[in-house]
Design a protein around this ligand. Structure first.
Ligand SMILES: Cc1cc2nc3c(=O)[nH]c(=O)nc-3n(C[C@H](O)[C@H](O)[C@H](O)COP(=O)(O)OP(=O)(O)OC[C@H]3O[C@@H](n4cnc5c(N)ncnc54)[C@H](O)[C@@H]3O)c2cc1C
Length: 480
């Protein structure tokens, strides 16, 4: 084996958190950074694809939290890039609930069911807070099940008050730009990586490098990729998703301490799938207030939440249906043809037998993608703050970043972005302090063999404990 090249920092993963962390490091004079990305592109869960003549977003689609007193930093980036966006108002969905015979529920019935579901959800939360085991009545009818799905898998997946809306405002904008949401990442990469003809040509970004092993000691980190390459660094920033951490795609030597592995396995993963269907013509109501509609079925989450793309791309003749968790996994396991058949049956129930067949379908598979293993983190409703502290705390020279490490904004693009900034800053501080200590002790770096001393069996060292104090963005504070 050739001697691996040593750099200051290896960033694993080129999603928004990894790219942002690398940018912060570069801005602070740390430019011998290597970015290892498993797939053949940057962006991670921000991903566009051409479908039915337009650009659709398979992953993040909305900039959530706009219009408040404080500006959402991702909204700022979108404005600087002139990203095309459309205002989205899901609240109209509850007035467009179809039953299996195509009738829309009268708004009074829908409003009552909605109110009941909200009250029951709030009661459930209160019971949990006060450790009361009394169960609230479970939704039973198709409309109750549909509303329960919308409330829990969309609107109230988080504990109220939702920091994103409190801090940045309650509006949401759908990205509808031919360059894709991922354009923001390319803009960011352009500020610190070499590009040529609009493509990143910088050799510090290495695509198709699947990290499989990490050996870490108090002197540095050695990283091995699936193709047999070996890289060495003083530090690693690990930005892979919580699903990837749970999947053990990457092995650690010494193994991660118990407090870390327990925190990782206690964080839930949400699978969220947008299925795109292209039609030769429209057969659904196209008014802006009809953008979102709901199908009430006896099986919870069965092709429940629909959106037409006429507001975003007029004339595109595309519908999007969102499935989550069990339903997402079920359709990922079957052929797209089968999924199209099921979706058409549901559409025929809502709009009649005469509607045309879809001509194309796109089914993203976030669960089966071994570089994602799900869509985003979902902390338990009554979150234990120690859980998040442990998820984001560094282990020796391995720093953790990504949406799942953001206490206030996990699951969102801005959560990934802000976590990248915080981890980048924390690492810069750590490097500074290490340098100062070396000067004080008149030591040159790496006088000891790289893997002479490991961190095995040293959970919660004072240094790691120090990281458990968080700043207001919910990421680790720099150590002093
Ligand atoms: C379907 C869907 C819908 C969403 N909708 C929204 C939305 O509307 N609004 C919103 O704000 N957010 C949304 N999100 C969430 C948002 O996309 C994420 O929170 C954010 O993009 C996460 O960024 P990240 O940098 O933390 O992780 P990622 O983007 O996952 O980046 C991690 C990177 O690590 C790479 N990687 C994984 N394993 C390895 C390995 N072994 N070696 C090297 N590289 C590796 C991956 O390929 C990936 O590029 C959605 C996500 C999904 C999937």
């Amino acid at each position: 084996m050739d001697n691996p090249t040593r750099c200051s920092v290896i960033v694993i993963g080129a999603g928004i958190s990894g790219i942002t962390a690398a940018k912060v490091l570069a801005e602070n004079g740390v430019d011998d950074v290597l970015i290892l990305e498993a797939s053949d592109r940057i962006g991670g869960r921000i991903r566009k694809e051409q479908f039915g003549g337009v650009t659709v977003e398979l992953g993040a689609g909305w900039i959530a939290g706009v219009g408040g007193k404080q500006s959402n930093p991702v909204w700022e980036l979108a404005r600087q890039s002139n990203l095309r966006t459309c205002f989205s108002d899901y609240s109209n969905a509850r007035f467009n609930i179809y039953d299996h015979s195509g009738k829309i529920f009268p708004s009074g019935v829908a409003a009552d069911s909605y109110q009941k579901a909200v009250e029951s959800a709030i009661q459930k939360l209160r019971n949990q807070e006060s450790n009361i085991t009394e169960t609230t009545s479970a939704p039973e009818s198709p409309i109750e099940l549909a509303i329960d799905f919308i409330l829990h898998d969309f609107e109230m997946a988080e504990v109220e008050p939702i920091s994103t809306y409190v801090d940045f405002g309650e509006r949401e904008y759908l990205v509808a730009d031919e360059r894709g949401f991922e354009h923001l990442l390319h803009q960011m990469a352009d500020t610190f990586l070499d590009t040529s003809d609009g493509e990143i040509s910088d050799t510090r970004l290495k695509l198709n490098k699947v990290v499989r092993e990490m050996k870490h000691s108090r002197n540095g980190v050695l990283v091995k990729t699936e193709d047999g390459s070996v890289y060495e660094a003083n530090y690693v920033v690990l930005s892979v998703s919580i699903g990837v951490l749970q999947s053990r795609l990457i092995s650690f030597s010494p193994p991660l301490p118990k407090w870390k592995t327990e925190a990782i396995s206690n964080c839930e993963i949400m699978v969220y799938t947008k299925v795109f269907l292209k039609f030769p013509s429209k057969f659904w109501p196209c008014a802006p207030e009809k953008e979102f509609f709901i199908y009430a079925h006896k099986q919870r989450g069965y092709y429940t939440f629909w959106q037409h793309m006429e507001n975003a791309y007029p004339g595109s003749n595309i519908l999007v249906v969102t499935l989550t968790n069990g339903e997402s996994k079920r359709i990922e396991a079957q052929s797209d043809r089968e999924t199209m058949k099921e979706a058409m049956e549901v559409l025929r129930n809502m709009f009649g037998d005469d509607i045309p067949n879809a001509t194309d379908i796109l089914v993203p598979r976030w669960w089966n993608n071994r570089f994602q293993r799900g869509s985003y983190s979902n902390f338990p409703i009554l979150v234990n703050h120690q859980l998040i502290d442990h998820i984001k705390a560094p282990v020796g020279r391995v720093f953790f970043t990504g949406e799942h490490t953001s206490e206030k904004f996990n699951a969102y693009v801005h959560g990934g972005y802000l976590s990248g900034i915080d981890t980048g800053k924390a690492l810069v501080e750590e490097m500074r302090s290490e340098k100062e200590k070396r000067i004080e002790n008149n030591q040159s770096f790496l006088i000891e063999p790289l893997f002479g001393l490991t961190l095995a069996g040293q959970p919660d060292t004072p240094r790691q404990q120090h990281f458990l104090h968080t700043n207001n963005l919910g990421a680790p504070k720099a150590i002093s």
